[in-house]
Design a protein around this ligand. Structure first.
Ligand code: PLP
Length: 413
C-alpha cells in the first residue's frame, strides 16, 4: 500500500550512493567567481520585516545606498538600479542609449564580451567585434587605429568588459579611454564592471566612462538579483534621442520624479537593507584596503598555480602578468585532462565549489574565484583542495602550490 502511494522504491544501491554524495561536513567553500559568499552581517541585515517602499524610512535607506554607490563607482553622476541580474543592466544600457541599426564596437575579451554583443544584435544593433585572443587584454593601440579609420564616426559606442570573468583577464579601462581620446572619436564608452566593482579599482568619472554596468552578487557581496547602471551626463543626453523600445528599463521613467522615483514597480526593500550593510562594510574596511586584500589573495592563488606549472602542469590562463585579474584566476589544464572532472572531485571530496570553463573553454579551465568576503584561510583551503584534486585526478603538476601561497601571504603581513 505504502509502495503504491509513494511509487516503486529505487534499488538500495542507488539510495546509498545518493546518500554518500549528499553528506558534506564543515563549511561549503563556494569559490566560484560569483555569486560570492554573503557575509553574516549582510544576511542578518536582511533578516527584518518589510517596510513601505513609499515611506520616509525606506527613502532614507535608499538615499544612503545611492550616495554610497556613487562613492564605489567614483562618480558624481546618476546611478540607477533594477530588480534584475547583470543581464538586465546590459540590456538597460543598450535600449536606453541606441537606435535600431546603430553600430557598436565590442572589444573581445571572452564569453561575456561576446554575449553582450549578441544581445545588442538581437535588439537590432550592428555589432562589430574588435577581435582579440582570450588570453591577453584588449590592445589600446588597436582600438585607436580602428577609431581613426572610422572617419565618418559610424561607431556610436565602444563596449568593454573591465574584468572578463570567463578568462581572468582584466582590461585597462583608463588606457582604452586614452585611446578613444587620442583618436579624437566621439564614441560613447560603456564598461561592464560586474566582476570588478568593489574588488578592483574602478573610476567612472576620472576614466570618462559614460555607462557603467554592475550587479549585486560579486564585489557587493549580496544575493543575485539587483543590477545597476552608472550614467554620465553625456549618456543621459544621448538616451533622449535613442529609439529602441524600452519600458521597464526606461531611464526617463526611473528619473521622472513620481512617487516611485528611482524605481519601476515595488522596490526590493530587502536588497536595500543588504546593500546598506554591504556599503557600510566596504567603507569600514576602506576601498583601498578592499582592493589590496583582493590583490593579496589573487597573487597567492597565482603563486600556487605557478608552482603547479612545473612538470608541464596547469597554468594561469591569462598570459600578461599586468592583466591577471585580482578577482578570478582561470587555471588552464594540460591537454588531455578534463577540468570539469577535477572540479567535480573537488566538490565531491572536499566540498569546494569552483567555476567551470565557459564556451570554448569548457572542460579546459577551472576558475578559482577570489572576490568578495574572503580571507587568507579560505583561499589557502581552496588551494590545498585543488592541489589534492590534481594529485587524485592524475593531472601532472608540480607540488608545493599551497606552500608557495603561504610563503607569499606571510611576506605580506
Ligand atoms: N558580465 C560579466 C563580466 C559577468 O561576469 C556576468 C556574470 O557572471 C555577466 C555579465 C552576467 O551577469 P548575470 O549573470 O548577473 O546576469
Amino acid at each position: 500500500m505504502l509502495a503504491a502511494l509513494c511509487g516503486a522504491a529505487p534499488p538500495l544501491s542507488f539510495n546509498i550512493a545518493e546518500a554518500a554524495m549528499a553528506i558534506q561536513h564543515g563549511w561549503h567553500f563556494f569559490m566560484n567567481p560569483g555569486p560570492t559568499n554573503i557575509p553574516d552581517r549582510i544576511l542578518r541585515a536582511m533578516d527584518r520585516n518589510t517596510i513601505d517602499f513609499n515611506g520616509a524610512q525606506f527613502r532614507a535607506i535608499s538615499e544612503e545606498c545611492f550616495a554610497g554607490l556613487k562613492r564605489i563607482f567614483k562618480t558624481e553622476h546618476t546611478i540607477l538600479a533594477y530588480a534584475a541580474s547583470g543581464h538586465g543592466a546590459w540590456e538597460a544600457a543598450l535600449v536606453n542609449m541606441f537606435s535600431p541599426g546603430d553600430k557598436l564596437l565590442i572589444l573581445e575579451s571572452g564569453f561575456f564580451s561576446l554575449n553582450w554583443g549578441l544581445r545588442g544584435e538581437a535588439l537590432g544593433l550592428t555589432i562589430e567585434t574588435l577581435a582579440n585572443d582570450w588570453r591577453s587584454p584588449a590592445d589600446p593601440a588597436k582600438l585607436e587605429a580602428r577609431l581613426r579609420d572610422d572617419r565618418d564616426h559610424a561607431i556610436k559606442a565602444v563596449l568593454v568588459v573591465h574584468n572578463e570573468t570567463s578568462t581572468g583577464v582584466a582590461n585597462d579601462v583608463a588606457a582604452l579611454r586614452r585611446a578613444i581620446d587620442a583618436a579624437r572619436h566621439p564614441a560613447l564608452f560603456l564598461v561592464d564592471t560586474i566582476s570588478s566593482l568593489a574588488s578592483i579599482d574602478f573610476r567612472m568619472d576620472e576614466w570618462g566612462v559614460d555607462v557603467v554596468v554592475a550587479g549585486s552578487q560579486k564585489g557587493l557581496m549580496l544575493p543575485t538579483g539587483m543590477a545597476f547602471t552608472g550614467v554620465s551626463a553625456r549618456a543621459l543626453a544621448a538616451s533622449a534621442a535613442a529609439k529602441l523600445p524600452r519600458v521597464y528599463w526606461d531611464w526617463r521613467r526611473l528619473l521622472s520624479g513620481t512617487s516611485q522615483a528611482f524605481w519601476n514597480g515595488t522596490a526590493p526593500v530587502h536588497f536595500f537593507y543588504g546593500l546598506q550593510e554591504a556599503l557600510r562594510m566596504l567603507e569600514e574596511e576602506g576601498l583601498d584596503q578592499v582592493f589590496a586584500r583582493h590583490h593579496r589573495l589573487a597573487e597567492a592563488t597565482r603563486r600556487a598555480v605557478r608552482a603547479w606549472r612545473q612538470n608541464d602542469g596547469p597554468e594561469v590562463f591569462a598570459t600578461d602578468p599586468r592583466a591577471q585579474s585580482d578577482t578570478v584566476t582561470a587555471v588552464l589544464l594540460p591537454e588531455g585532462h578534463d577540468a570539469d572532472a577535477v572540479r567535480q572531485l573537488c566538490l565531491d571530496r572536499f566540498n569546494v565549489s569552483l567555476g567551470g570553463g565557459l564556451d570554448r573553454l569548457r572542460g579546459r579551465v577551472m576558475r578559482i574565484g577570489h572576490l568578495g568576503d574572503l580571507n587568507e584561510p579560505m583561499i589557502l583551503g581552496t588551494i590545498a583542495a585543488v592541489e589534492m584534486a590534481l594529485e587524485l585526478s592524475g593531472v601532472p603538476h608540480g607540488s608545493g602550490g599551497a606552500q608557495a601561497a603561504m610563503e607569499y601571504l606571510i611576506s605580506q603581513q
